[in-house]
Design a protein around this ligand. Sequence first.
Ligand code: NAP
Length: 510
Amino acid sequence: MKTLASYVKGSWVQGNDAAATLVNPATEEPVAQTSTAGVDFGGAVEYARRQGGPALRELTFAQRGELIRAMSKAIHDAREELIALATENGGNTRGDAKFDIDGAAGTLAAYADLATELGSARVLADGEGIQLGRSPRFHGQHIWTPRLGVAVHINAFNFPAWGLAEKAACALLAGMPVISKPATATSLVSWRAMQLIVEARALPDGALQLICGGAGDLVSHLGGQDVLAFTGSSDTAATLRAMDCAVRRSTRVNVEADSLNAAVLGPDVEPGSDTEDLFVADVVKDITQKTGQKCTAIRRVFVPASLVDHIAERIVERLGDIVVGNPADQGVRMGPLATAQQLADVRAGIERLAGETTEVFTGTAPNGKGYFVPIALRRTDDPANAAALNEHEVFGPVATLGVYDGAAETAAALVRKGAGGLVASVYSDDRAYLEAIVLDIAGHHGRVFIGSKKVAGHSPGPGTVLPLLTHGGPGRAGGGEELGGLRGMRLYQQRTAIEGDKTLIGALIG
Ligand code: NAP
């Protein structure tokens, strides 16, 4: 069994007590242990501020981009090894593991490219300068500079590589050092990825530290120049938001939390059309990819009454082909849930849904050892009054068909019942229908995906977060925003209005 360690203040540190055991979720066998007992969290924060921050701020954007590119390469070069670890500790199929690991390398590479475009700058102008007096001499200009603290990144269990990489890419490019804390249960991949980054000497000292295990008192050390970017459950988010650093010291907090993502099928979509094929494929992918443990996965599937039986049949046909089992075995297309707690939560969630929905499909899954759960497709003809459907995220291979009357306004109202989401998707080729729904739901979401015959075969679907588009959503989704190309740096930068002599300001910001 491996013993993991945290990378703190330039060296690897093992905890001295009470280790957590990481298991293989397909077999329940232990694979590693880790502890952060005795780790000097305050020292890690200070080290980042004193060592990592100045080293990064000295660099131009292009130079920071080269660091990010080296991280991408370190991960990509060890792709096969990381895929094997994701199967062992995350229950990932090869496809699931690639989604996480290639997503990590790809997102870092995308940010490295953006950095190249910014070239030798260290400061960014925010919009055009403004004439403030009667003559052009007295001038104002908004600028972005890096915050002078540390970015603490706390991530969920489902993306141990991508979660580390996507947050780090934005912070490092902005010029902020990072302390990254993956979820303990699946931290084997994050730990190895960090080892690879350290071995490659990709980053200056103090630019990236890793906490492998419980967060201890890490967050309590944060202050007004620091950032806390959290991905995980709404309950943990509420605890973090209430901490003194956020309430009294204005640590900037970004939250990516739960989401009851909806997919809507328009009434114009013809059986057998490319748009219908795309809709069915995206729904099936989101139910089963990463065993439904994707924050962007489609949970609520709204289908016009005239099409629902046909659509249910098509989805069930596809779901029935999916073999659930140990992802290390040939032919398995969906693995177990990641943890015993996940298994208990998903079973309880399906029970809750069962109180207000009917069964359309329940698959089969191995009995005995392993956190396996059968794929479940449910249905309700009264989705507007289905409380669990619209309020409770079941974080597993479960979705519910909700029948609606085919009107765009009805669909929009149903989608909005999710009370703020990461992504909603609408599948239609009817311009008037799309106009009526897309702008109506946009304010409730960080992203809206439009599926049509024109994009069939050209898109990875709504469940894939792309580095150049924003990720995050209002309300239930946590109110945060990440990625979105250069927008992803905003969390880690301070906007300052500089006013004074125009020529001087021009010389200052370059
Ligand atoms: P979680 O239990 O809230 O844990 C998330 C992270 O918070 C873990 O790293 C955990 O560390 C840490 N944590 C827990 N309590 C803490 C505390 N008091 N102080 C500091 N850190 C603390 O969530 P999860 O079960 O890993 O993730 C599942 C949830 O995440 C789902 O609800 C899903 O929707 C959401 N999610 C959202 C997104 C998004 O982008 N919006 C993406 C993925 C997942 P330990 O593991 O050490 O306890």
